[in-house]
Write a protein that binds this ligand. Structure first.
Ligand SMILES: Nc1ncnc2c1ncn2[C@@H]1O[C@H](COP(=O)(O)OP(=O)(O)O)[C@@H](O)[C@H]1O
Ligand SMILES: [Mg+2]
Length: 195
């Protein structure tokens, strides 16, 4: 009945039913190289903060609805989003890059840092974007943290979508960064180049 869906480095995803609804279970995988107690506390913390961030963003942008959080099992059961990863369709619909930028801005306006922005962590349902995978997310007001979030995205974005003309500029058009943010991003990029 439960359908195995995907297994990543950190989590195992299974398609399940929750109160008759199509749902997805995301369970944090045990890392046996870590001390057992420490491993459990790390996984529990991630699950807790992922659920907290998704709930905080629910009134602001489209995120999967959280159905259940089981801290003991390190599991979140959430709405199953029908659709593809942005990665798979951005080349056909480059306008979605601008939309992604607009929504990342909204996330940052809530003082939330995603922590792992990639076009695999944004799902597309019709014309709507749905942000997922907030396991590395955290709350911060710092412009440095927001700029770093964007630089992480920029790096993987340019590497994954190198043939997309104006690709990153389209994201920035949506984000509409302040002068301060532009400068901070430049500083971080320069720093990275010389290290
Ligand atoms: N709520 C969801 N609905 C549908 N598919 C999902 C959902 N959450 C995750 N996925 C799929 O599973 C993949 C891995 O999930 P993700 O939360 O990104 O975990 P990981 O930490 O392993 O990257 C995603 O790239 C996406 O394809
Ligand atoms: Mg992911």
């Amino acid at each position: 009945m439960n359908k195995f869906y995907k297994k990543g480095a950190e989590a195992e995803l299974t398609q399940v039913k929750y109160l008759e609804k199509k749902a997805l279970s995301k369970k944090r995988i045990v890392k046996s190289y870590r001390d057992e107690k420490l491993d459990f506390s790390i996984r529990k913390k991630r699950v807790r903060s992922e659920a907290k961030i998704i709930r905080a963003l629910a009134p602001i942008i489209k995120v999967p609805e959280i159905y259940l959080v089981d801290e003991k099992k390190c599991e979140i059961i959430m709405e199953f989003i029908n659709g593809k990863m942005l990665k798979e369709i951005i080349e056909k619909k480059p306008g979605l890059a601008t939309k992604a930028g607009e929504q990342i801005k909204k996330i940052h306006e809530q003082d939330i840092i995603h922590g792992d922005l990639t076009t695999s962590n944004i799902l597309v349902d019709g014309e709507e974007l749905c942000f997922i995978d907030f396991g590395l997310g955290y709350f911060s007001q710092k412009i440095e943290d927001k700029a770093t979030d964007l630089i992480v995205f920029k790096k993987t974005f340019n590497a994954t979508h190198s043939s997309l003309t104006m690709g990153w500029e389209l994201v920035m058009k949506g984000y509409n960064p302040s002068e301060e943010m532009k400068k901070r991003m430049e500083v971080i990029e320069k720093r990275a180049r010389y290290h």
